[in-house]
Write a new protein. Structure first.
Length: 250
């Protein structure tokens, strides 16, 4: 010890140096400390616990950095897009008409009446529709026709809200009944003659309409295979059918 330095001044200088070292080192709280800095603090009079408080190990400060990075990852999450609602089923009523034209000498036939139809859509592009109809000939009330149809619809907008358009292929069956009543003067009695005719085959069509949330409007036109009609009439023939329907969607 240098005898020129007064003994009472030695301890205040040591305490001041320790305080300055503590303030300097602890300014960036939780900053990393080198081995030399830790040794300097110990020489300045700090205990090992105080050094640890000033310069905590890196492993202890790691969770804080991890917790700070968590919100960043959550903020990068994007909301999922809303799925389009599909309504796959339709049930409704339609105004239904069938026309049979031919090259014979007698008049063409035109039937009209009501139809009940239902459809199921597998997706927005494929659906199946079934229909049953009961119609009468507009000029000859003795003729009536019962019709059944099953069609595969291929198009767009079949199960979603908005406009729709489709082409179709299917099978039809028409049963025409003829009932004629007459009076026999000799026997003074009324008689009724009846006959039934059946026509069936493939049909091809187009259609379209609009789907609202719970209601749908459909319009379609089918061209029927005329082979059975030509065999019946013995002349060239053509047959078509059309429908305008309103239905509920669910």
């Amino acid at each position: 010890m240098d005898k020129s330095t007064p003994l009472p001044l030695l301890f205040p200088v040591k305490s001041l140096a320790a305080g300055l070292a503590f303030a300097f080192i602890s300014t960036p709280l939780y900053a990393e400390c080198s081995a030399a800095e830790r040794a300097e603090m110990i020489r300045a009079g700090l205990t090992a616990q105080e050094v640890k408080e000033v310069c905590p190990p890196i492993a202890e400060s790691q969770p804080a950095s991890e917790s700070q990075s968590q919100p960043t990852r959550r903020s990068q999450a994007t909301p999922q897009s809303k799925e389009v609602e599909l309504k796959r089923f339709q049930i409704g009523l339609a105004s239904y008409s069938s026309a049979i034209s031919h090259t014979g000498w007698w008049d063409d036939y035109a039937f009209s009446g009501l139809a009940f139809f239902a459809s199921i859509a597998f997706n927005d592009n494929v659906a199946i529709r079934g229909l049953i109809a009961s119609t009468e000939e507009k000029d000859d009330t003795s003729l009536s026709m019962d019709t059944g149809e099953v069609s595969l619809l291929l198009g767009t907008g079949l199960a979603t809200r908005g406009g729709k358009f489709y082409a179709s292929i299917g099978y039809f069956n028409d049963e025409v009944s003829s009932k004629t009543s007459y009076y026999d003067w000799y026997w003074d009695e009324y008689y009724t003659d009846s006959a039934d005719y059946e026509f069936s085959g493939l049909q091809f069509g187009i259609g379209g309409g609009y789907n609202w949330t719970h209601i749908a409007l459909d319009l379609w036109l089918n061209i029927k295979d005329s082979t059975d009609f030509e065999d019946m009439f013995g002349v060239e023939a053509a047959a078509v059918s059309a429908g305008l329907g309103i239905s509920g969607r669910f």
